[in-house]
Design a protein around this ligand. Structure first.
Ligand code: PPE
Length: 306
């Protein structure tokens, strides 16, 4: 996954992978005080380009703001550092992981004395849920774990700590023989996957839960909504009952890593005909058309790297 000659951007300078280290007494390691992004750079006809860079950086700053954490760089500096990390590592297409974390200074829950540090890494990352997932779809189960309830920890922040909940969902799915898990929230409504948002097609409309249903405000989710609206497919942001997952015509995950991954079955009940549906394919084609440069970047979603 990681090239041995990988250069990591760490607090403003590039260091070799083997030198990119933190203390075992880092606050983030003990108390979960970290925030991250996941971004993709695609190889377009006119060279590598980053998908929705500004929106990802904005979300990183929103995540840290909710936790009273000040990133010691500006948004422009972070954007430039991301592009520079791709160039320095000569990547054509890659996954980009900026991470903000509380480092080493004092022990104890209070994070304020600990320094806020930033690193950016890049690597090649293929299809998140397996090479055939984008076409064949994945088998998912409803997790026995509940999503973080409102007013416990903010699901709108992409904090490392939230991913303990995601890890429980993911491990349960794997151990039980599924590809992925879907999590219900404290009201028993559908929230999201362990690392993806979710859409379902029913009665010719796309449905996805709103932010108030305990989920990450996905940037792919937002892109899918805009592409669907452009194509004249109605999109409804509405609470999604568990039952709908079993009677949906189509179901798919969205995420930077997962891109648009069809769901073939839920709890071993086939979704529609148990394979990728036509609307899922239509939305995939619209998104991938922009990402590979075959279609015009009409929403200005791509930032050229070079
Ligand atoms: N919900 C969760 C919980 C989530 O982690 C992600 C992304 C999304 C929704 C979709 O958000 P967006 O990428 O902005 O469309 N998950 C990231 C991390 C995956 C990982 O295993 O690491 C990702 O897809 O990059």
């Amino acid at each position: 996954m990681f090239r041995p000659d990988l250069k990591i951007w760490m607090n403003g300078e590039f260091v070799n992978l083997e030198d990119a280290k933190v203390s075992v007494l880092s606050h983030a390691l003990h108390y979960g005080s970290s925030f991250f992004e996941g971004i993709r750079c695609y190889e377009t006809k006119t060279g590598p380009a980053v998908f929705r860079l500004k929106e990802h950086t904005d979300r990183l700053f929103n995540s840290t703001r909710m936790y009273r954490t000040e990133i010691p760089f500006t948004r422009d500096e972070i954007n430039d550092a991301i592009l520079e990390t791709i160039r320095t590592n000569n990547m054509k297409s890659c996954y980009i992981r900026p991470l903000v974390y509380r480092g080493f200074k004092t022990m104890g829950v209070n994070p304020f004395p600990c320094p806020v540090e930033v690193m950016i890494a890049v690597w090649e990352w293929g299809a998140y849920l397996g090479p055939e997932a984008l076409e064949k779809g994945v088998d998912v189960k409803i997790s026995t774990w509940t999503k973080l309830a409102p007013n416990t920890m903010p699901t709108m922040a992409k904090s490392g700590a939230n991913y303990m909940n995601s890890q429980l969902i993911k491990m349960e799915a794997i151990v039980d023989g599924y590809d992925e898990g879907i999590c219900l929230n404290s009201r028993g409504h559908v929230s999201e996957g362990s690392g993806e948002n979710i859409f379902l097609l029913k009665d010719g409309k796309l449905h996805t839960p709103p932010y108030s249903e305990s989920l990450l405000p996905g940037i792919t989710r937002n892109s899918v909504i805009r592409l669907a609206e452009e194509a004249g497919i109605p999109v409804v942001e509405t609470p999604v009952p568990r039952e709908w997952l079993y009677i949906a015509d189509e179901l798919f995950f969205t995420g930077t890593a997962a891109e648009i991954t069809p769901i073939a079955s839920v709890d071993r009940i086939a979704v529609g005909e148990g394979k990728r549906g036509p609307v899922t394919k239509q939305i995939q084609d619209a998104l991938f058309g922009i990402l590979n440069g075959e279609q015009e970047d009409r929403f200005s979603w791509l930032t050229p790297v070079l």
